[in-house]
Design a protein around this ligand. Structure first.
Ligand code: PLP
Length: 375
């Protein structure tokens, strides 16, 4: 191969990431990534895996034995929950109040389950009364699935109440906590959530590509009682746990070793701060951002009680070219904010305050750049 000037290492620009994720990575997490690789069955690595599981239990506030990071992004965590819990013919209530809920419906169909779709407007939380009614009208529902923190709309739904309703009718809950874990109140055991998946790249401020999951004993029992093996080999929990269970450690797939060092470090940072303190920091930064946005004459899509502190869905004022604002923020201020998705495309911006990004300096940087660009 001849040497060419076009071949060189990639040097990314330095940006401040204040969109819907990935979020900025803490320097200690970046440093962890660069540590020397060891084998994925090395005793030192196996010890780290056990710590990682304990740290994840602290983050999820659960005692669930089955708690580990799936090798793959949040979407793989989502599929892991669906392919293990939903068998052909199973009735699943899916609450849709944004883009990620629609993906859940697709997951149920691909598992050949029967989705019962409950819709709420994009920008509104899931309505627990509709879920209660649907459970009464459809006996034998196995799972109630919903997105706790809808990243496409900046809305939080009442996971505790939804879980209580599902439990009363004997259904399991399957919960998307991709954006909530570490950023807003999430109590897996106290709220009785059964299968929960998250992502590494949002409020954990880690590299994308890992999906922490946790399954309650009831959810595990349901997986064990399956009549048919799930359609996915890679995501079959009964197989993957051969690697992640203490004492077994048989080869399943090659773990993303350095990414797991990074997740471990991100969780150490969270444990050092305290999970509840982290929620409070996200809330305080949201309040600061909100005050500044209001001074700029901007307002939010969701009503105040349902706003996610870590994902601020802000209405684009009439007459403003929203894409041009984002382009200028990126090129002139090295600042990334997110666009609206699906039916909210062109109507909102999504300003993330996630994990390491939920800091005063980021809030001020965003507000002053927005003030300059909006004139
Ligand atoms: N669920 C929610 C609520 C999300 O915000 C995302 C990603 O933004 C996902 C699922 C999918 O995660 P990933 O992009 O890591 O596959």
């Amino acid at each position: 191969m001849t040497k060419s000037a076009a071949i060189h290492s990639f040097e990314p620009p330095r940006r401040t990431l204040m969109g819907p994720g990935p979020s900025d990575i803490h320097p200690r997490v970046l440093a962890a990534l660069a540590r020397p690789i060891i084998g994925h069955l090395d005793p030192a690595f196996v010890e780290m895996m056990e710590e990682l599981k304990s740290l994840l239990r602290l983050a999820f506030l659960t005692q669930n034995e089955l708690t580990f990071p799936v090798s793959g992004p949040g979407s793989v965590g989502m599929e892991t929950c669906f392919v293990n819990l939903v068998e052909p013919g199973d009735k699943v209530i899916v609450c849709v109040n944004g883009l990620f809920g629609t993906r859940m419906v697709d997951n149920v169909r691909r598992c050949r389950g029967e989705p019962i779709v409950i819709e709420d407007a994009w920008g509104e939380p899931v309505d627990p009364n509709k879920v209660e009614d649907a459970l009464k009208h459809h006996p034998g529902v196995k799972v109630v699935a919903f997105v706790h923190a809808e990243t496409s709309t900046g809305v939080v739904s009442d996971a505790k109440t939804l879980a209580e309703i599902a439990k009363r009718q004997g259904a399991l809950t399957l919960v998307d906590a991709v954006t909530s874990l570490g950023g807003s109140e999430l109590r897996v055991d106290d709220w009785g959530l059964d299968a929960v998946y998250s992502g590494s790249q949002k409020c954990l401020s880690c590299v994308p590509g890992l999906s922490p999951v946790t399954f309650s004993p009831l959810a595990v029992e349901s997986v064990k009682k399956r009549k048919h093996p799930g359609q996915s080999w890679f995501m079959d929990l009964t197989l993957v746990l051969g690697y992640w269970s203490a004492g077994r450690r048989t080869y399943h797939h090659t773990a993303p070793i350095n990414a797991l060092y990074a997740l471990h470090e991100a969780l150490v940072l969270l444990a050092e701060e305290g999970v509840e303190q982290s929620w409070q920091r996200h809330r305080a930064m949201h309040e600061r951002l909100k005050a500044g946005l209001e001074r700029l004459g901007l307002d939010f899509l969701p009503a105040a009680p349902y706003r996610l502190p870590q994902l601020n869905a802000v209405r684009v004022p009439a007459g403003v070219d929203e894409a041009e604002v984002r382009r200028r923020l990126l090129t002139e201020y090295d600042l990334e904010i997110g666009a609206g998705m699906g039916q909210l495309a062109g109507k909102i911006w999504r300003i993330g305050l996630m994990g390491y990004g939920a800091r005063t300096e980021n809030v001020e940087r965003c507000l002053s750049a927005l003030a300059a660009v909006l004139g």
